[in-house]
Each structure stands twice: as C-alpha cells, then as structure tokens.
Design a protein around this ligand. Sequence first.
Ligand code: DGI
Ligand code: FE
Ligand code: FE
Ligand code: FE
Length: 187
Amino acid sequence: MEPERLKIEAERRLPSGRYQHVLRVAETAMILADRFGEDKEKAETAALLHDLAKAMPKEDLKRIVESEGDPVAVLGFHHELWHGPAGAVIARDEFGIRDADILAAVRFHTTGRAGMSRLEKIIFIADMIEPGRNFPGADQLREEAERSLEDALIACSAHSLQYLASVRAAIHPDTLRCYNDSLSQGK
Ligand code: DGI
Ligand code: FE
Ligand code: FE
Ligand code: FE
C-alpha cells in the first residue's frame, strides 16, 4: 500500500499528537534502514502501521486479540501491550498487508522478542528514539543507534526493562526474552 494512503489512514484513526509520532517514527525508521541495510519502503510501511490500533477502545483491542487466540499471550498483561498484536491483525485484514516481516514488526513493536529480524529491530528502536521522545537517557539511545543496531537494541531494551521495574509494572516474557537475546548479539 502507498505511504500516502497509510498516512491518511493513520491520521484518520489517531489523535494528532499520536499521528505526528507515527510520522516521526517513519522518518527515523527510514534513516535506520538506510544506515543498516534494510528496505526503506518496508521500514516506512511498518512504521506507519505500528500504532494504528493505539487509540481503539480496550474492549475492541481485546476482541481482536482474542479472535486470534491471543497467540503472544498479551491479554494477561497491561492493555498497553494489546495495540501491537491488534494492529497487526488490522494491517493484515483491513490493509491486505501480507509481508510477514512487516506484520511481525507491528505485532512485536512494544515488547520486542527473541530473534527479531532487522526490520523488527528498526521499528522497535525507531519508536523509542524518534525526535519527539525526550525522556532522560534518550540521547544516549540515539548515539548507540548511530553505530550499531545490535547495541542500540541492548540499550533500548535495558532502558525499557529498568523503566518498567521502576514503576513496578509486570514484565511480559517477550520483553525479557528480547533483552536476554539482545545481549547475545551485541558487543
Ligand atoms: O505506543 P507507543 O507509546 O509509541 O510505544 P510502545 O508501544 O513501545 O509502548 C507502550 C507502553 O508499553 C510503554 O509505556 C511501555 C509499555 N511496555 C513495554 N513493554 C512492557 C510494557 N508494559 C508492561 N506492563 N510490560 C511490558 O513488558
Ligand atoms: Fe506502540
Ligand atoms: Fe516501543
Ligand atoms: Fe509508537
């Protein structure tokens, strides 16, 4: 699907602040794709789709995830974890996206997982370092992403785990597996 069409859909489904985030993730993902040898069009498509379900009511997200049998077992966790898997279903069923790598990048963009593809890593990282993110430590994550996708994944994953533990949030197994697996691929 054309990026312009995806932008129109994202704008229609999201509040303007969230839509601007999606545009910045797409720009960042294309830069990372260029830097680390991934297909830029795929990176842009996955980025424009990644938060498509973010503004949907919890009940709708739950219904969509349940209809797939909750394959990545997110329903027992905070509802923030539901919009990725739900977004992947919408991308497939409403947008006709057939590329498994793009669908995985959308599905796992919040938790990450073990054995992520290059495209999945790019979306996971771009989501955290897009220029609108200004949490403490964001610049250090951007610096890592200048040099190495693997090291940026370690840094983003560690940052996310530390944050979640600091607010006493339950950590999804895929979030943990992403971190453990990233260590074995980095420096
Ligand atoms: O949708 P975005 O805000 O752009 O970003 P996101 O989808 O990466 O993350 C949404 C939220 O999910 C964010 O506040 C961090 C949180 N999160 C990520 N992994 C976990 C998690 N929350 C819990 N409880 N457990 C996790 O493993
Ligand atoms: Fe998200
Ligand atoms: Fe994220
Ligand atoms: Fe996002």
